[in-house]
Design a binder for this molecule. Structure first.
Ligand code: ATP
Ligand code: MN
Length: 166
């Protein structure tokens, strides 16, 4: 945000500007719905977009030691595809913009909400943009569990985007 900082903004800890937008993705259509919003916010502020996919350790926790390595590599491989696809989507959306936002991608292992929050802290993210739903995508719940955890605990604003039903 430009211009003078008001007392209210200072008290609320509002950022002077947005330099880093964190866009977590699980490769779902629900996550994809957030991409255009992350792009337009990044364009507005001249921010960098960080695309993050977390290889969910919960989903291979039940495998034996012998099989776990293979499962982890497969999950990480899929995460790399998700961040690459999101990077492409961003490139498509910004192909007309001579000043298109810089994009960084990352794949980490762990519990998704935990890792998203950690990444946001470590990279000093100013804004999180994510889907209300992800791979599970049960429309009757207000928010998926990853987004709910992030919204509850994030120290920065979280923009949640619902996939359109058409
Ligand atoms: P649930 O996982 O609770 O069964 P869901 O899959 O519909 O339900 P979430 O997992 O909360 O909902 O997904 C909501 C958003 O959270 C996604 O659109 C994406 O932005 C983010 N997200 C979910 N999982 C991951 C992940 N493993 N890595 C990065 N971002 C994720
Ligand atoms: Mn999910």
């Amino acid at each position: 945000m430009s211009g003078a900082t008001t007392d209210t903004e200072r008290e609320a800890g509002a950022a002077d500007t947005v330099r880093t937008v964190l866009l977590p993705t699980d490769g779902s259509e629900g996550a994809e719905a957030a991409v255009a919003h992350a792009v337009s916010l990044a364009q507005t502020y001249g921010a960098t977009i960080h695309v993050l996919a977390v290889a969910d350790t919960k989903s291979y926790g039940t495998f034996t030691t012998g099989g776990a390595g293979t499962v982890i590599s497969a999950l990480e491989g899929r995460c790399r595809e998700h961040v690459a696809a999101t990077r492409e989507l961003i490139a498509d959306l910004t192909s007309d913009d001579p000043d298109s936002p810089a994009v960084e991608t990352a794949v980490v292992r762990g519990f998704p909400a935990e890792e998203i929050l950690r990444y946001a802290e470590e990279h000093d993210a100013d804004l999180l943009v994510m889907g209300t739903h992800g791979r599970t995508g049960v429309g009757r719940v207000l928010l998926g569990s990853v987004t709910e955890r992030v919204v509850r605990r994030a120290r920065i604003p979280v923009v949640t985007v619902r996939q359109s039903e058409t």
